[in-house]
Write a protein that binds this ligand. Structure first.
Ligand SMILES: [Zn+2]
Length: 276
């Protein structure tokens, strides 16, 4: 129903009338980190207050180390959806793919806590076929978890080749250009796209045409996020949610609601509550 050639014209007309609704949209933030360097500057209670003040209904959280995620989850189990980042420290983003001890660490954490996904992790191109990454893909399958990958399209395709049934959240749409994103989404139905740090989605707060077409083609497959990979970025959680609401207001209400929080709720929260 979202792909008819008339839809775009209708959207443009509806755009102005949906603004009021858009301003109140709850947000599911699918890209929050609570890394060790943030723990002192933004203590857990303060971090949770910040997320709530931004109007977030849920946050998908992964941290270096995972203790950060557990601190937030203990503080607000209604708000935090935990995923297991394989890194023990922030310095492991590029070395982990060749570090066998990561697997031992991940297996230990999986015994201790409940998660909805493995990630966010960084891997590009052929490195996705290295043994450590293959093992992560297998562990996700064994434990019924999603993968949250900061990866180019090539690495995403390699992970799907390893497990055609994998379910992948694609951080930043892999920083790939829209046509490649679209092509990859068409090919893999179990690929959900998260849009943090994608300034090209809504330059000057207006949705770009090529993204609008994708939102209408795949209204159930997009999520938004902040990506608090540095402590400073905790300051922009609120403003990021506001600017997201601004461009979502240009979409049909139903599509905006899905991207704002309903997709996260159905894909991430439903899977997690079964495990709680
Ligand atoms: Zn990140």
């Amino acid at each position: 129903m979202f792909t008819s050639p008339h839809t775009i014209a209708i959207v443009l007309i509806l755009g102005t009338t949906t603004c009021a609704r858009g301003a109140e949209l709850p947000i599911f933030d699918a890209h929050i980190h609570y890394n060790q360097d943030a723990w002192e500057a933004v203590p857990p209670k303060e971090a949770i207050a910040l997320l709530r003040k931004a109007g977030l209904v849920r946050a998908l959280v992964s941290s270096s180390s995972d203790d950060g995620t557990q601190k937030l989850y203990a503080e607000a189990p209604d708000l935090i959806i935990p995923e297991l980042r394989p890194y023990r420290t922030s310095g492991e983003t590029s070395t982990w793919v060749r570090d066998e001890s990561i697997i031992v660490h991940v297996e230990e954490r999986l015994k201790m806590y409940k998660y909805v996904a493995l990630g966010e992790f960084h891997v590009s191109g052929a490195k996705a076929d290295l043994p450590v990454v293959r093992r992560i893909v297998q562990l996700a399958k064994q434990h019924g978890l999603m993968l949250h990958a900061h990866s180019d399209a090539d690495a995403v395709e390699r992970m799907f080749r390893q497990d055609p049934e994998a379910r992948i959240i694609w951080a930043h749409a892999g920083f790939e250009k829209p046509p490649r994103v679209r092509e990859t989404m068409r090919r893999y139905k179990n690929l959900w796209v998260e849009l943090s740090s994608r300034g090209d989605v809504a330059p000057n707060d207006h949705v770009a045409a090529e993204w609008l077409e994708m939102f209408l083609e795949f209204p159930d497959r997009f999520m938004v996020g902040t990506d608090t990979f540095t402590t400073e970025r905790w300051n922009i959680v609120g403003s990021n949610a506001s600017s997201v609401r601004k461009w979502l207001a240009e979409l049909p209400v139903e599509v905006a609601e899905h991207i704002a929080y309903k997709n996260g709720e159905s894909v991430l929260t439903a899977g997690f509550s079964e495990r709680r």
